[in-house]
Design a protein around this ligand. Sequence first.
Ligand SMILES: [Zn+2]
Length: 96
Amino acid sequence: MCISIHQIHQRVDAKSYYQRELAGAIGQHTGKGWYKTTALCPFHADKSPGTFYINVQTGKYKCFSCGTCGDFIDFHQHKYRSNLPQTLQSMWRAYA
Ligand SMILES: [Zn+2]
């Protein structure tokens, strides 16, 4: 079965996705769906939390320390080092 990005966006709630994947709280709302988290950025050797932001409306993330950004599908791909079809399959199954 081929899963589309659109199907993932319909099935997976961005906030619960990040709550499950990030070791840290989704903290203060900073406007327009953006939250400042207390999570360490998984994409650089982060030692001080406070620069990793997520957007629960669009699913996007941004680290202001290393500059990495994207949506939660990019996040999953980078974190688990999988290609896009594998990523879509595993997210589809995890959030059934
Ligand atoms: Zn970072």
